[in-house]
Design a binder for this molecule. Structure first.
Ligand code: PMP
Length: 436
């Protein structure tokens, strides 16, 4: 069987020119050295080298992170904040040191602005609960968009049902952008919350979050919240300069462990908001009939936290920082431009999301007319290629663009141009098999 690549090798050159034209700058990015840090990538699936293109769902972990987590358990583990003994001191230092490292990396003014959570979903649930208690009631409005992950829809639906507030959705343009005029028209004195994704997991769209911040401040007194699950792993984020009030993220999408993430918040806001969950560590004093709260961020952190997760996430930040987040972003943009150029040449294939590469993160969702996305995912899997197929927890996005589901290739620092070529070849093969 002739393969897509070998049958049309001249076209692969054209794809490369495509991403060169997209403004790619040659870098000294050593992807082979990076790949050696990720043991999981060195394996075969169905007799072919694994091509992992599902990092938007969860990224793989470098040895440095695995070693940091193992080292913590091998030498230092105890509960934090409570003990007077050496291991408790070490665990507390590692845990609070990790907080400071991550706070610094995202441009917080101090570690007190970073609340540990299990990830983005928990961070957004915390935000919806606490902001809801403090600021939202009947007659007010919460503005989100049709681009949101279910984690940034359902907590607001729950709040709307609880409080009597109205949930409003900013519309999307046909080419996968937030419709800023429509968004602006929704904002007004009744708006109490604006919560949007920084980067869409289902379209790849990078939203102009600082510009939106100005709009929100000009027109409302709302709390401006960003779902940064696909932002902070892939690009430089300076929370303070975006002009948002709360920013949520997950560690497992940026080379860190699962079950750890955070919610950054402006200090004054964290002071104002009520706690989300009750329990040990989040109190100052417990009386029979009431309690008083610890200072933020501890006020929002009931119970024994994911200490090893925090340690692993700090190691992940050190790792990404060592390579340079700007270089990582540039590498991903080159891969995405290459993938878009290659996939676009396949008959009947439609790529969702923005046409301009500069508006797209490391995500390429696509559909082929007459081919179920699930079948596409399965046929890619038997060729050793891991993509995700479905609605990607963004049901409103697939509804908006009139499809049932998409196949989604997502890229990260360890992916290569050869892998992009394998993807394009395998999608073309899968199309042939499924259409015949
Ligand atoms: N928001 C976006 C944009 C996401 O991509 C994801 C993960 N797919 C989430 C929220 C939820 O993140 P988590 O499952 O880590 O809580």
């Amino acid at each position: 069987m002739s393969t897509f690549g070998s049958a049309e090798s001249g076209s692969i050159e054209a794809d490369r020119r495509g991403y060169d034209r997209a403004g790619a700058v040659a870098t000294s990015f050593d992807v082979e050295a990076i790949r050696r840090d990720f043991p999981v990538l060195d394996q075969e699936v169905d007799g072919r080298p694994l091509v992992y293109l599902d990092s938007a769902a969860s990224s793989q972990k470098p040895r440095q992170v695995i070693d940091a987590v193992a080292g913590y358990y091998l030498r230092d583990h105890a509960n934090v904040h409570r003990g007077v003994h050496e291991l408790a001191r070490r665990a507390t230092e590692a845990y609070e040191g990790a907080r400071a490292r991550i706070a610094e990396w995202i441009g917080a003014t101090g570690p007190g602005e970073l609340v540990w959570t299990r990830g983005t979903s928990e961070a957004l649930n915390l935000a919806a609960f606490s902001v809801g208690q403090a600021r939202v009631g009947h007659g007010y409005e919460i503005v989100i968009s049709e681009m949101e992950h279910h984690s940034n829809i359902v907590p607001w639906q729950l709040l709307a049902a609880r409080s009597g507030a109205k949930l409003r959705y900013a519309a999307l343009t046909d080419d996968g952008l937030l419709d800023l005029d429509h968004l602006a028209g929704l904002l007004g004195p009744r708006t109490r919350v604006v919560s949007l994704c920084h980067v869409s997991n289902a379209l790849g769209t990078i939203n102009p979050v600082a510009e939106i911040g100005e709009l929100v401040r000009d027109r409302t007194d709302a709390i401006y919240i960003l779902d940064g699950a696909q932002g902070v792993p892939h690009m430089r984020v300076e929370v303070a300069s975006i002009g948002c009030d709360l920013y949520a993220f997950s560690g497992h999408k940026m080379c860190g462990p699962t079950g750890v993430g955070g919610l950054w918040g402006r200090r004054e806001l964290l002071e104002e908001l009520p706690p989300y969950q009750g329990g040990g560590e989040m109190i100052e004093r417990v009386y029979r009939d009431r309690s008083t709260w610890a200072e933020p961020p501890h006020k929002f952190e009931a119970g024994t936290p994911n200490i090893a997760g925090a340690v692993g996430l700090a190691a992940a930040i050190d790792y990404l920082d060592g390579i340079g987040i700007d270089s990582i972003h540039r590498h991903e943009t080159e891969l995405v431009a290459h993938a878009v150029a290659g996939l676009s040449r396949i008959d009947g294939l439609r790529i969702l999301g923005p046409a301009g590469i500069e508006r797209r993160g490391g995500v390429v969702p696509f559909v082929i007319e007459g081919v179920a996305a699930q079948d596409m995912g399965t046929i890619l899997d038997v060729q050793g290629i891991a993509v995700r197929a479905g609605h990607h927890c963004a049901q409103l996005v697939v509804d908006r663009y009139g499809v049932e589901a998409t196949a989604r290739a997502s890229f990260y620092l360890y992916n290569t141009h050869e892998e992009v070529e394998r993807l394009v070849e395998a999608v073309a093969n899968a199309r042939r098999i499924l259409m015949e």
